[in-house]
Design a protein around this ligand. Sequence first.
Ligand SMILES: Cc1cc2nc3c(=O)[nH]c(=O)nc-3n(C[C@H](O)[C@H](O)[C@H](O)COP(=O)(O)OP(=O)(O)OC[C@H]3O[C@@H](n4cnc5c(N)ncnc54)[C@H](O)[C@@H]3O)c2cc1C
Length: 326
Amino acid sequence: MGGVCIVATALEGTLARTSLELVGGARALQPLGLQTSAALLGHGPGLAGAVAELHRHGVGIVYRCHHPLLSAGQSDAVLVALQPVVARAQPQVLLVAADTVGREVAPRLAARLRAALATECVQVGAADGAIVARRQVYGGRALATLVVRDYPAVLSVKPHALDVPTAAPVEGRMEDVEVSIDAEALPARVRQVLREQAELGLEEAQVVIGGGRGLGGPEGFALLRELAQLMGGAVGASRPPTDAGWVPASWQIGQTGKTIRPALYIAVGISGATQHIAGVSGSRTIVAINRDPEAPIFSVAHLGIVGDYREVVPALIARVKELKGV
Ligand SMILES: Cc1cc2nc3c(=O)[nH]c(=O)nc-3n(C[C@H](O)[C@H](O)[C@H](O)COP(=O)(O)OP(=O)(O)OC[C@H]3O[C@@H](n4cnc5c(N)ncnc54)[C@H](O)[C@@H]3O)c2cc1C
């Protein structure tokens, strides 16, 4: 009873990377003397593997919630499933990934539990017997420090803001939680889940090519996709192309979009606004392609190419093809 409970998800049989990042967050709270448990939500035979993965990373009790609607991006279903887990585990702290579903779930969960709430955290830790969390404010220009002393507390953590912790196996146990969800009673229903090819790997990809307003329209993204495919990477975007509907909203990288930490990020036709940089600053190497030598992106990039992307990107594609012999 008590402790930190992370809300873990296993879609298509694999434990989400963000769930392991939450385990890292729970580990950072260990100075408070809180044990870690997990509510594992999902469907299908892969759940057993996900339980083992959680134990391997030091999670003691895994409350397994098994239901087809838990794989469908349904926040209402997630709230229903978490109810019996919370009743059984009575956690002091709940850690939720601030992904599409988690962004909806965290505040509603906090309201139901009359809990303290800190959303979109990028750091989680403990000091002087309290939870200390940090979140970006003023468009990513500053970090606000939140000190949480009241329990229960719900914290949502931005995907990829925390590292996946090293393995620390424990002899854990799994408890099945009966989940009874009346699909007809849910206020919203997911009819179809569409997956964009490039969306699949954006947060996991080791190479990400981001396109900005400088591409001038959706056609420019075809070139980026060709380069990304050759390099085994994914394509993302700054906010203007997603706002304009050139690419899906889920491709947006930045403060209000996804946080990425690839080995290589290539920003094409992106000026380098702080709100965009907030989502890419964890990239190991940043390369910028921009025709304006004064663009702010060059001050954060490790390598810069000044030029029109319509000349630079085809030249890169040709060179990569040559190197790969294709
Ligand atoms: C609350 C808030 C949240 C936000 N969240 C986000 C977020 O999550 N992510 C995000 O990205 N933005 C976000 N923004 C928007 C952000 O402030 C910027 O407006 C946005 O990042 C700019 O996008 P951009 O660099 O693609 O476009 P621009 O700033 O218009 O830059 C286009 C660049 O392309 C270059 N260019 C033009 N033509 C070419 C060419 N042919 N070849 C090469 N280069 C060329 C130009 O020199 C220029 O530098 C947010 C804003 C607010 C207020």
